[in-house]
Design a binder for this molecule. Structure first.
Ligand SMILES: Cc1ncc(COP(=O)(O)O)c(C=O)c1O
Length: 386
């Protein structure tokens, strides 16, 4: 027996592995504070849960149309219209956001195609390219203050380049891409006939500045797959509901992958999704206000320590500070876990250029944030962090 050769280069998700380790330690009775989790710590708003419960009782428990219920796709089109993406229900496929990424890569990439990815970037872009036989090409953005610049991308484009992945606000950095950066990337995509995959899942978790959807720029809708979802903005990670927006030529191919893989997502969840999109403005505002207060708190506390230099990103719920230590990011994270009982994700999980950073999720209460940083301060004082 033999497994697929192309899987040999694919590593298991480092963030999932770390989450599992923290869960095991907690289950064994250890008092761990975790800043690793990539999900809001709030409950899904009650009115959304009520809609799902009623939909279950009303019998919305069978297959839905593969692309999604028309009424959910219409609500998505309306919501995305506010980002300037002029689409309608026919441009949308509903699926877990991570699966929209996978489907897009499967449908649009051939073996040998090059996919330009920022270093650092969210952990799943590289495997999605590799699983589908494509070659990830990383742009070291450590020299550009972790910004993904058109100039650096232009240098990496070759005749084999097929796709550029952009993610704003970014996981892991929280950085929001400027309109000028996105317009520069759009020009490159048009000049070199490239597809852009725009991951906008943190779009609503924005504290300053403005979100720009690259698909809203002239000539970009026809070459962009925008992915988004309910997980982060509405505290709905477990519901597995997201979507992609694509022009007909790309969507036609992607929908085949949907039809032959997950078929559809549950219809009672899609009805709850409509409620999330249409009736949650206050809930989202409340969560974002709290995230902002936590960002400011965590940022201030970390910068009081000797070990961290931390900038203040405009979006998502992550800080991505540089640390001062003789350790690399994995050893530093291990020392934090062992000596301070605080879990953070090593920068190396997100790229080779950021082995002197850690990712901190501040989707945790203010008390937990204060307690966690106090523990780090203690370990730092004892000289235990390298
Ligand atoms: C940047 C980014 N894109 C996509 C996803 C996938 O979201 P979901 O869990 O809803 O599939 C995540 C989840 O962590 C993410 O951080």
């Amino acid at each position: 027996m033999k497994t697929a050769d192309r899987m040999k280069n694919v590593q298991p998700s480092p963030t999932v592995a770390l989450g599992n380790k923290v869960a095991e330690m907690k289950a064994a009775g250890e008092d761990i504070i975790s800043f690793t989790v990539g999900e809001p710590d709030f409950d899904t708003p009650a009115h959304i849960r009520e809609v799902a419960k009623k939909a279950l009782d009303d019998g919305w428990t069978h297959y839905a149309p593969s692309s999604g219920l028309p009424q959910f796709r219409e609500a998505i089109a309306k919501s995305e219209g506010k980002n300037g993406i002029s689409c309608d229900a026919s441009n949308i496929i509903v699926a877990p956001t991570k699966h929209t990424l996978y489907m897009t890569c499967t449908a649009l990439l051939d073996p040998g195609d090059e996919v330009i990815i920022q270093d650092p970037a969210w952990v799943s872009y590289e495997p999605c390219a590799t699983i589908n036989g494509a070659k990830p090409v990383f742009i070291d953005s450590s020299k550009d203050e972790l910004h993904f610049t058109p100039e650096a991308i232009a240098e990496a484009i070759t005749p084999k380049t097929k796709m550029i992945i952009v993610n704003t606000p970014s996981n892991p950095t929280g950085i929001v891409m400027s309109e000028a950066e996105l317009r520069g990337i759009a020009d490159l995509a048009k000049d070199h006939d490239l597809i852009v995959l725009a991951d906008e899942i943190y779009q609503k978790i924005l504290y300053e500045g403005k979100h720009h959807s690259i698909a809203s720029f002239d000539g970009m809708f026809e070459r962009t797959v925008t992915i988004n979802g309910l997980s982060k903005a509405y505290a709905m990670t477990g519901w597995r509901a997201g979507w992609l927006i694509a022009p007909p030529m790309l969507l036609k191919e992607i929908s085949k992958v949907q039809q032959h893989s997950i078929t559809c997502i549950p219809p009672f969840i899609q009805l709850a999704g409509i409620d999330a999109l249409e009736n949650s403005a206050d809930d989202v505002r409340g969560m974002v206000t709290e995230f902002k207060a936590r960002r400011d708190l965590m940022h201030g506390l970390l910068n009081e320590l000797d070990s961290f230099t931390c900038s203040k990103p405009e979006g998502a719920f992550y800080l991505f500070p540089k640390f001062k230590s003789s350790f690399n990011s994995m050893k530093f994270a291990e020392a934090l876990l062992t000596e301070a009982k605080v879990a953070m994700t090593p920068g190396s999980a997100f790229g080779l250029s950021v082995d002197d950073h850690v990712r901190i999720s501040y989707a945790a209460s203010r008390e937990v944030i204060k307690d966690g940083v106090a523990r780090i301060a203690e370990a730092e004082k004892k000289g235990l962090l390298g």
